[in-house]
Each structure stands twice: as structure tokens, then as C-alpha cells.
Design a protein around this ligand. Sequence first.
Ligand code: DGP
Length: 210
Amino acid sequence: MACKRGALIVLEGVDKAGKTTQCQKLLQALQQSGRPVEMMRFPDRSTTIGQLISAYLQKKSDLEDHTVHLLFSANRWEMVPLMKKKLEQGITLVVDRYAFSGVAFTGAKPGFCLDWCMKPDVGLPKPDLVMFLQLSPVEAALRGQFGEERYETSSFQRAVQQKFEHLMKDPSINWQVIDASKSVDDVHKDITTHSLNTINTAHNLPLGEL
Ligand code: DGP
């Protein structure tokens, strides 16, 4: 009998929402319950394309906005063979940011329409679940200063949040909004509940495409 496929689970949200902490906690919880699971994050700064993106984010280089958008997408595409292989092997993937960040961050720049921004990611594996960690800009600011990287300003993050709100209206995506203002443990409980439901049903469904 073919093994059950893993689930593709994505966490999205603006900066400071706690995505990375929650991805790690979810990974640990699923591992402890004996489920095959691995974590990925985008951008993946370890590849050649990822290094170009990393230099751009650290403001060590400047790239034209369309160009960098396509590099972020290419950075997801270069991982597709590995993602598909792992999912087919029954490994659930917990992914810190995905194509939705790509659309929301570039879409927040002047002169970009969401339709154009979505095009390069069409055909990527479709997540079985996308959890959006919802945190108001005021609460995000209370969590401390932004870092030094590009995009880390309150005004830009507000624009990104608006774009995410638009994307969450898409009924073809299994969006779940998580209240990220709760305690780390309470947020973790919500995320785990949604993830377990998804893992238990994903293997009956074919992996979709964006
Ligand atoms: P992180 O390593 O999760 O802090 O992400 C780095 C930054 O890059 C963060 O500000 C969000 C942004 N980002 C993530 N994915 C994309 C993308 O596909 N396109 C653009 N323009 N920005 C992205």
C-alpha cells in the first residue's frame, strides 16, 4: 500500500507575529507525537538565489523590485522537487512563509497589482492549511523595535497587512486566522488543533496547485 502523503502547512503573518517561534513549537509537538515532520522556511537563504535575496534584505545590494519578486518566487520553485518528494514520503512540512508573503510584500510596494504578483507562483504546491497569525500593528510595535532589514518599518508592515487581508478572501485557500495576541502557549494550542485536523484529512486528498 502506498504511504499516506504528508500535509503542507504554512504559517504567514506580518513581522513580530511569532511565526518562527510557532513553527518550531509545532515541529516539536508533531515530532513528539511520533509524526514524520520537517520544517522549511522562505526565503531559504542557503541557496545561490537565497544569497542574492539575503544581501538585498540586508541592504548590501539593491535590486529592481520586479527582479527581486521573481527571485523570491524562484527561491520557492527551486525547493519544489524536494517538497514534493518529502510530502510523497509521508512527511508533513511546516513552512515559515510561502507565496502569500511574496504577493503581500511586493504588492505593498507602489505600482504593483496583486494579479501580476501572483503569476510567478502559479503551479506551486498548494498548502493544505495556511494559518495567518493576526496581530495589530499597535501590538506588533509593543513587541519591540523592528530590525535593520528592508521592509521592517511600521508603515510598510501596515500595507503588507492590508494585502494579506485581501488575499485571505480567496475561498480556494484553506485560511485559518489565528489570534497571535494570545500567550505563546495558547497560540500554540490553536495552531496544533488546526494542524492535526489537516494532517488527518490531507492524505485522502491529492496535493493541489496554486
Ligand atoms: P524572514 O526571514 O521570515 O524574516 O523574511 C525576510 C523578509 O522578506 C521579511 O521582511 C518578509 C520578506 N519576504 C518573505 N518572502 C517574500 C517574498 O516572496 N517577496 C518579498 N518581496 N518579500 C518577502
